[in-house]
Design a binder for this molecule. Structure first.
Ligand code: FUB
Length: 315
């Protein structure tokens, strides 16, 4: 009992918990969380897993939920379907929404009609955070850049968008290779060259944030590309131009899921790490890599700029 009490005290002090919340939503399978704070509300955009049987992914639309207190959530339903991009055929994979000058921009990877039906990144716009979002260009923002370089067909995925204090917005994305480009102030065109960033075991799911003047690039990583499951790692820099320095792992593997995906945000003076696992069963549909569940835990920045390892909590 003494040991138990001591352990509880250490956990409470070192790693504050959000008790009883994970997974966040229990009536729908959600993945690839992308939080955005606007005014007094945290909006959480997610992918929507609908895989049946041993299907890997079946993802047709993106959902949004909102909260003002991190306890009570409102589901607003789908904000957009992959096929709302007229040039896309399917696969509503990991997206992110950001606000600029009162408009909301959604960056998302979807499979183009093809052939070849490779991934491309589209940008959509809305006047409200809950959508509906409509294609802002009529064409992809990033078109098969990696395929042009002889890579596989699913390289242009998982866009993350970040706006610096000076108003400059940046887009990072990629599968096994990580790319970074500036966005024009209109948010719908790239500004300048695409740069490649080399990070150890970079796999997918990049997420950019800034804290106390340090830039953070978190991402899903696999030790050996073909084996194991993903864990969240991160790198830091003193400028978006880099150089980026690998700093270690933020999480271990997600329970029951091959993938994990970071979404990091500050809300009401606390930092949060959103991610997904696959511990949720809904009826006869068991959690699996294609049936995931979004979760959240506190994120702590240490004084030396490192991020404290996050223990994944469950209900
Ligand atoms: O959800 C489909 C894909 O799985 C995402 O784009 C990746 O980040 C991984 O979570």
């Amino acid at each position: 009992a003494i040991l138990g009490l001591a352990a509880t005290a250490v956990v409470a002090q070192d790693q504050p918990r959000i008790p009883g919340q994970n997974p966040l939503f229990t009536d729908v399978f959600t993945a690839d969380p992308a939080p955005m704070v606007y005014k007094d509300t945290l909006y959480l955009y997610t992918g929507h897993d609908e895989a049946r049987g041993d299907q890997l992914f079946r993802m047709n639309d993106w959902l949004v939920f909102s909260t003002r207190d991190m306890k009570h959530w409102t589901a607003h339903g789908p904000v957009m379907r992959a096929t709302d991009f007229a040039w896309a055929s399917r696969d509503a994979w990991a997206m992110q929404v950001t606000e600029k000058k009162g408009k909301f921009y959604l960056y998302a990877p979807v499979r183009v009609k093809g052939p070849p039906s490779t991934f491309a990144i589209g940008v959509a716009v809305s006047d409200t955070p809950t959508g509906p979002f409509r294609d802002a260009r009529g064409t992809p923002l990033v078109t098969n850049e990696m395929t042009k370089m002889g890579k596989t067909d699913d390289e242009d995925i998982d866009p993350t968008v970040f706006t610096d204090n000076d108003g400059t917005s940046w887009l990072a994305w990629g599968h096994f290779d990580l790319y970074l480009a500036k966005l024009k102030p209109n948010m719908t065109e790239l500004d300048g060259p695409i740069r490649k960033i080399d990070l150890p075991n970079y796999t997918e799911g990049p997420w950019l944030h800034k804290h106390k003047g340090i830039y953070y690039l978190s991402y899903a990583s696999i030790d050996e590309k073909a084996k194991g499951a993903e864990r969240i790692a991160y790198a830091t820099a003193t400028s978006m131009q880099g150089p980026w320095t690998y700093r270690g792992l933020i999480t271990g593997k997600a329970k029951n899921s091959y993938t994990i995906h970071p979404g990091i945000v500050q809300f009401r003076n606390r930092w949060y790490l959103f991610y997904h696992n696959a511990v949720l069963n809904i009826g006869d549909q068991k959690g699996a890599t294609g049936r995931r569940a979004v979760a959240v835990d506190y994120l702590c920045h240490n004084k030396d700029g490192s991020i404290r390892f996050v223990e994944q909590t469950e209900r």
